[in-house]
Design a binder for this molecule. Structure first.
Ligand SMILES: [Zn+2]
Ligand SMILES: [Zn+2]
Length: 143
């Protein structure tokens, strides 16, 4: 297999609920983690969010997203990106991790690439939510 094909296969794509926004990551996930923090719960409406880290430079986004900017518990400025029409939240950027984007795993097309490795902010978890004992757990963030 030539290198170019390998890169193509290791990337992934995704879209918002109404299909107006699409994206392609040209690389495989750098890290995939389940986040149980309150911000992730409230912004998504889900019991926790699964996020995929990729380099911002490796991600192509088609379409214009709105931003919501807020401060995280650790004091960093977080920019969350969503589509105004369908309300789908797709990405976030943390000023404390420049050059990285968090892709919301629920928007990914290739479901097989979503493989969480760690659970973070377990201290804020909804008590009834079960987490996979095999995965690493962090009471707060993993760095
Ligand atoms: Zn949409
Ligand atoms: Zn979180």
């Amino acid at each position: 297999m030539i290198n170019r094909e390998k890169v193509e296969m290791e990337g992934f794509t995704g879209r918002c609920l109404c299909r107006a926004i699409t994206y392609k990551s040209h690389t495989a996930p750098l890290k995939t983690f389940n986040c149980h923090c309150e911000d992730c719960r409230r912004c998504s409406g889900a019991p926790h969010l699964t996020n995929i880290h990729v380099k911002e430079a490796d991600l192509s986004i088609k379409g214009a997203l709105k931003s919501y900017i807020h401060q995280s518990e650790s004091g960093n400025k977080i920019t969350k990106k969503f589509y105004k029409h369908c309300g789908c939240q797709m990405f976030s950027f943390n000023e404390g991790k420049p050059g990285l984007v968090r892709v919301r795993a629920g928007t990914v097309n290739e479901l097989d690439i979503v493989k969480p490795q760690v659970d973070v902010w377990v201290s804020k978890k909804i008590p009834s939510i079960k987490i996979d004992e095999i995965l690493d757990q962090f009471q707060k963030n993993f760095i």
